[in-house]
Design a protein around this ligand. Structure first.
Ligand code: NDP
Length: 333
């Protein structure tokens, strides 16, 4: 197997020398284990946090070990009665070409016709569940709400806006980092308006796009985006605090400024609910029951940006942090 190991903890933006490609002989699967050949795996923003040696909701990656994360692959050897050679499975075996795991730690995939199993890394996987749980459970979205989504052209954000439209939002506005992404949001995904946050102050662009104010803000970015959403929020607005990617490469000597208007949370009686999707993993079934048919029917659209080969995994991860992905960033093996 070829694996990507973390060999040094990044300072700021991860550098290629923070990682190493390592070849390893895996041997045969033991009792109850399977050998999986990956087809593709996911690189995600939360992995940046796991590269730091700090306590968090998920343990840091160990140095000189393969990192983990979601992957889709094929079982090529099995020592378990529950999983057969040829089964397509999801697993936590990211950042490697092959892996041996207990059969209990893989999930068989039955993708609807016409939908590639890689969808289980994105729109029908953890990012999709994050969008659904954040909008519906955490921000308590109601028909008629106006919704602002940051990071709107990414894996999570691209679903949030579509769900809000399907469920009767009065207006959905997204922000993203390029003109192409903005055109995709309004032209393909049904966002009512979108803007490129690099074109000018977020607060000015949001106010222009959302003149009647924001009822629900789905925050993937933090920083200037959260400050703008607070500034444009209506009384009793709700925020699903999902991520803060503007801060993930911060260092103690170079922090990204946070919102300067927190007192408006009091004046406007805002609710800000942070959440971690793994606490809501029991919501996977109802999420898939609702969203799978929409994906199969094409009522929910999604995009994937693909990097070819494990040798390009580190660049794919760095590219995702820089915004080179539209929809889900995936590495094919
Ligand atoms: P994305 O597919 O959205 O990829 C990350 C995107 O972030 C990039 O494409 C880039 O797009 C954008 N970005 C990078 N830097 C900045 C910046 N400084 N300001 C604004 N945008 C930036 O990733 P995901 O959909 O997987 O994740 C989105 C967010 O959701 C992340 O914050 C992630 O941590 C969070 N998350 C939280 C979970 C939870 O349980 N709470 C679970 C899963 C994800 P652009 O071109 O627009 O800049």
């Amino acid at each position: 197997a070829r694996e990507v190991h973390l060999v040094r903890r990044p300072h700021g933006m991860p550098e290629p020398d923070d990682f190493a490609l390592v070849d390893r002989d895996l041997g045969e699967p033991g009792d109850g284990e399977v050998l999986v050949a990956n087809r593709s795996f996911s690189v995600d923003p939360y992995m940046r946090g796991r590269m730091n040696d700090v306590p968090s909701y998920v343990p840091p990656f160990a140095l000189d070990e393969p990192m983990d994360g979601r992957a889709v692959g094929e079982v090529i050897a099995s020592n378990s009665a529950d999983v057969a050679v040829g089964d397509t499975v999801t697993s936590n075996l990211a950042w490697r070409t092959h892996g041996v795991v207990p059969a209990k730690q893989v999930q068989k995939v039955a993708a609807p016709e016409g939908v590639d199993p890689t969808a289980y890394l994105g729109v029908l996987g953890v990012p999709g569940l994050t969008a659904w749980v954040g909008l519906l459970d955490k921000a308590a979205f109601r028909e008629g709400d106006s919704v602002f989504v940051s990071g709107a052209a990414g894996a999570v954000g691209s679903l949030v806006g579509q769900l809000a439209k399907l469920k009767g939002a009065s207006r959905v506005v997204g922000s993203a980092g390029s003109a192409e992404k903005v055109a995709w949001l309004t032209g393909e995904l049904g966002y009512d308006a979108a803007f490129n946050y690099k074109d000018g102050p977020v607060v000015d662009q949001l106010r222009a796009a959302m003149p009647d104010g924001v009822d629900v803000y789905f925050d993937n970015v933090g920083a200037d985006h959260l400050e703008a959403a607070i500034a444009c929020a209506n009384d009793f607005a709700r925020v699903a605090a999902c991520g803060a990617i503007a801060h993930y490469n911060d260092t103690a000597d170079d922090p990204t400024p946070g919102p300067a208007n927190l007192f408006q949370i009091v004046k406007k009686r805002l609710s800000i609910q942070g959440f971690i999707v793994t606490d809501s993993i029991d919501r996977m079934r109802p999420f898939l029951e609702e969203v799978t048919p929409w994906v199969a029917q094409g009522r929910v659209k999604f995009a994937e940006t693909t990097a070819e080969g494990i040798d390009n995994a580190v660049e794919a991860f760095r590219g995702m942090l820089r915004g080179e992905n539209t929809g889900k960033m995936i590495v094919t093996v």
